[in-house]
Ligand binder design. Structure first.
Ligand code: ADP
Ligand code: ADP
Length: 225
C-alpha cells in the first residue's frame, strides 16, 4: 500500500517559472527515498508540495488515504513532518523545551503528557540534555537534532528532510546519519550528500528540469548517472 502518491504534479510560480513539469511517483510505507538533482531541478518545490505549503498548478497528491486539499491540510500536516533546510526556520522559541512542545501543545497535550512527549522526542535525537537551552546558542548539529525533535514530537508517519547534512561538521554529520538510520518512518530526503544517500536510501529519484529523469534502486541510479 502506498503512503505517498504524486500524480502528474505541475507547478508554475507566479512569475511564470515552471518548477515542476510533470512529476509522478509513489512511495511505500517505510521506504527511505532520496530526491536528488542539480540546483533548480525542483527538489525544494516538490518537498513543499508534500505537506501543502504550495498548491499544485495541476496534478494530485495523496498522503495515506487522503487526497491533499484545503480540507485535509491539518490532517496531512500531522502525517508529514517537515524538517527544513535551515534549522533556524524551525526554532523560534526561547528554550528547546518550548520549541519541541509547540506542536503537541497545539494538539491539546498538557502537563505530564506534554513533558513526556517532549523528553521522548529529545531522547530519540540524543538531545535530552539540551532541554533547558536557548536554541539560538546551539551548534549547527545540535540545532539540526532539535529541529528533528520538534517534528518527531508530533509522531508523523512520514519524515521529510531538506538537505539534512548541510553545513554539519563531519562528526555531527555521522551522528545525524546514524540517527536517521534508526527511524522506522517513511523518510524522504533531498540531498547533495551522495554518501549519505547511499548509506540511508534504498531508492533514489533523480529530478531534472522539473521532471523525473530516473527512479530506482540507489546503487543502480548511481552507476547510471
Ligand atoms: P532545487 O530545490 O532543486 O534547487 P527549486 O525547487 O528551489 O529547485 O527551484 C526550481 C525552479 O523554480 C528554479 O528555476 C527556481 O529558480 C524556481 N523557483 C523556486 N522558487 C521560486 C519562487 N518562489 N518564485 C519563482 N521561481 C522560483
Ligand atoms: P474541490 O474538491 O472543490 O477542488 P478541494 O477541497 O480539493 O475542493 O480544494 C478546495 C480549495 O483548496 C481549492 O481552491 C484548492 O486550490 C485549494 N487547495 C488545494 N490544495 C491545497 C493546498 N495544498 N493548500 C492550500 N489550498 C489548497
Amino acid at each position: 500500500h502506498h503512503i505517498v502518491a504524486v500524480k502528474n504534479l505541475r507547478h508554475v510560480y507566479p512569475d511564470g517559472t515552471t518548477a515542476l513539469r510533470d512529476v509522478s511517483f509513489r512511495i511505500h510505507h517505510g521506504e527511505s527515498v532520496a530526491i536528488i538533482g542539480a540546483n533548480g531541478a525542483g527538489k525544494s518545490t516538490l518537498l513543499l508540495h508534500l505537506n501543502g505549503y504550495l498548491v499544485p498548478t495541476s496534478g494530485e497528491i495523496q498522503i495515506g488515504d487522503f487526497p491533499l486539499t484545503k480540507g485535509t491540510l491539518p490532517q496531512i500536516r500531522r502525517t508529514v513532518g517537515m524538517v527544513f533546510q535551515e534549522p533556524d526556520d524551525q526554532l523560534f522559541m526561547p528554550t528547546v523545551y518550548d520549541d519541541v512542545a509547540f506542536g503537541p501543545l497545539n494538539l491539546g497535550l498538557t502537563g505530564d503528557d506534554l513533558d513526556r512527549c517532549v523528553i521522548e522526542a529529545l531522547e530519540r535525537v540524543g538531545a535530552r540534555h539540551l532541554v533547558e537551552k536557548a536554541p539560538y546558542h546551539l551548534s549547527g548539529g545540535e540545532k539540526r537534532r532539535v529541529a528533528i525533535a520538534t517534528v518527531l514530537s508530533m509522531s508523523p508517519d512520514i519524515l521529510v528532510l531538506d538537505e539534512p547534512t548541510n553545513g554539519l561538521d563531519p562528526y555531527s554529520r555521522r551522528q545525524l546519519i546514524a540517527l536517521l538510520k534508526e527511524f522506522r518512518h517513511t523518510r524522504i530526503f533531498t540531498s547533495h550528500d551522495l554518501d549519505m544517500v547511499l548509506d540511508l536510501c534504498e531508492r533514489t529519484i533523480v529530478l531534472k528540469d522539473g521532471e523525473v529523469r530516473a527512479d530506482g534502486p540507489t546503487l543502480e541510479i548511481f552507476q547510471d548517472e
